[in-house]
Write a protein that binds this ligand. Structure first.
Ligand code: NAP
Length: 241
């Protein structure tokens, strides 16, 4: 039987972890909720880069590394590919496809924080759904803008920013109500491809609100890539998990 190290951070990874027995290890960065009801082992926190991860793989006798981290968590994915090579084991990855714009969408791709700020231009009431990064820039908000930042951590509002601490999934009705309350004129989003957070895109489309989409990072080549968690699970079963 293979001993798996499953790197998580998204809902699909947690669903896979729920099916793993006690021989396997589920690893989380520790940014979100840590489940306490799993049969497999759970470890929380970084490994100390690719070398630390390779050392963990060797010490724990891991046979297969499964990268089911967030599509924007590029560092851990690069570390995973590198560490698996170093340790001489295979690395598989769940690579969730991104959302696709329809002809009714107005999506504008941005590449990094400076290009995002430039694209915000004259917009006045952006809604950021990117995670924590905007929290580091709250002191830089231009005079004509009021930001709303939705991320896992809430914090007190400032005169020019509201920070909403919330965890998906977000229903269509709740997203409609949020856009209505904020009267937001631009949405800022990653292209995570998650069903849990896609309703905001529908509401943006309904309201004719443009979406600034942060480009996906380039992820490393691995031994096997899966677009769907269920297909990955079947392959794990075939592999003797
Ligand atoms: P990252 O830059 O790829 O990872 C930073 C470091 O966190 C890694 O080098 C690693 O530390 C540790 N780490 C990440 N995932 C881990 C895991 N599953 N198990 C153990 N350690 C892990 O990713 P990030 O800074 O966490 O996030 C980058 C982007 O992804 C952000 O935009 C964030 O919103 C989004 N995102 C991340 C997660 C997540 O769980 N990481 C979940 C949802 C969204 P060492 O180098 O010390 O091993």
């Amino acid at each position: 039987m293979s001993r798996i190290l499953l790197l998580g951070g998204i809902g699909e990874a947690l669903n896979l972890a729920r099916r793993l027995g006690p021989a396997h290890v589920y690893s989380l960065a520790g940014l979100g909720k840590v489940p306490d009801d799993l049969a497999c082992q759970v470890r929380v926190g970084g490994f100390g880069g690719a070398d630390g991860l390779a050392a963990f793989i060797r010490e724990q006798g891991i046979d297969l590394l499964v990268d089911a981290t967030h599509p924007y968590a590029a560092q851990i994915s690069h570390n995973a590919a590198h560490a698996a090579r170093q340790a001489g084991i295979a690395c598989w990855a769940l690579r969730r496809p991104g959302w696709q714009a329809s002809s009714e969408d107005d999506w504008r791709e941005v590449f990094d924080w400076p290009s995002l700020i430039a694209a915000l231009g004259d917009f006045q009431r952006p809604l950021f759904t990117l995670g924590r990064e905007p929290l580091e820039h709250l002191h830089e908000i231009p005079a004509h803008q009021h930001w709303t930042v939705r991320c896992l951590q809430s914090q007190p509002a400032t005169p020019r920013a509201e920070v909403i601490g919330a965890r998906g999934p977000f229903s269509l009705d709740d997203e409609r109500a949020l856009f209505e309350r904020l009267d937001c004129d631009v949405l800022v989003s990653k292209n995570s491809g998650s069903a849990a957070t896609e309703h905001k895109l529908q509401v943006a489309r309904e309201r004719g609100v443009p979406v600034l989409v942060l480009q996906r990072p380039i992820l490393p080549a691995v031994d096997r890539e899966f677009a769907e968690a269920e297909v990955l699970w079947q392959a794990l079963l075939t592999n003797g998990v």
